[in-house]
Design a protein around this ligand. Structure first.
Ligand code: 5GP
Length: 216
């Protein structure tokens, strides 16, 4: 009888979560992290002002335009994009370090950045979060009360443009009831971990199962 040793493989991937502003991506990402110890949240750098509820180093790294430009020039971002008139970027070293340790990373980023990550990391999983209806999205943006009327209108206009990118994403999750939407994302991530192309990436099933020699 030959020894069968299951090869312990690192299976991790970036998980791009995009969707129109106000749809609840951030809430869903944080809900998902609570349920899965092999997940972490990517903290972006941004030039926008912190909202009263936000903390530097927890929600975002709030940095100056000069600092952002310096990081950009040093290729410190896995992707970056201008969104709603401000700059946003994903720090690359942390992302790659976590992936190498087997932690999958949730990226709450806009569609431009999402597409860029999918190009650079073909193994990425992509989820597009949609509201139950456009009317609901408008209500949510207004209820958030963190933006001026002008900014709300700008975000709604952008939302229509962002929706056009939906065809680049693999999964669609409607955010009606938060817990249910989180559960849907949990299913997606768990199923992705069992994909044959991830498990047998660069190895044969024999290597995976530790089969030595010709037969059992
Ligand atoms: P907010 O200012 O409301 O937190 O975010 C505005 C938009 O910027 C959201 O769609 C959010 O997903 C996106 N965003 C946040 N961080 C990043 C990032 O690092 N890169 C890109 N491309 N978009 C981001």
């Amino acid at each position: 009888m030959e020894r069968l040793v299951r090869n312990s493989r690192v299976i991790s991937f970036p998980i791009v979560v995009s969707g129109p502003s106000g749809v609840g991506k951030t809430t869903l990402c944080h809900g998902l992290i609570q349920k899965d110890s092999k997940l972490a949240f990517s903290i972006s750098a941004t030039t926008r002002q912190a909202r009263s509820t936000e903390e530097h180093g927890k929600d975002y790294f709030f940095i100056s335009k000069e600092e952002f430009e310096r990081m950009k020039a040093n290729t410190e971002f896995a992707e970056w994009a201008p969104v709603h008139g401000e700059l946003y970027g994903t720090p690359k070293t942390w992302l790659d370090g976590q992936l190498a340790q087997g932690i999958s990373i949730l990226l709450d980023i806009d569609v431009q950045g999402g597409v860029r990550i999918m190009d650079v990391y073909p193994e990425a999983v992509s989820i597009f979060v949609v509201p139950p209806s456009f009317r609901v999205l408008e209500e949510r943006l207004r209820n958030r009360k963190s933006e001026t009327e002008k900014a709300v209108r700008q975000r709604l206009k952008n939302a229509l443009e962002e929706m056009e990118y939906i065809t680049r994403y693999s999964y669609i999750v409607a955010n009606d009831v938060v817990n249910e939407a989180v559960a849907k994302m949990e299913h997606i991530v768990r199923s992705e971990r069992y994909k044959r192309e991830r498990i047998l990436k660069g190895i044969t099933w024999k290597e995976y199962l530790g089969v030595e020699g010709k037969g059992v």
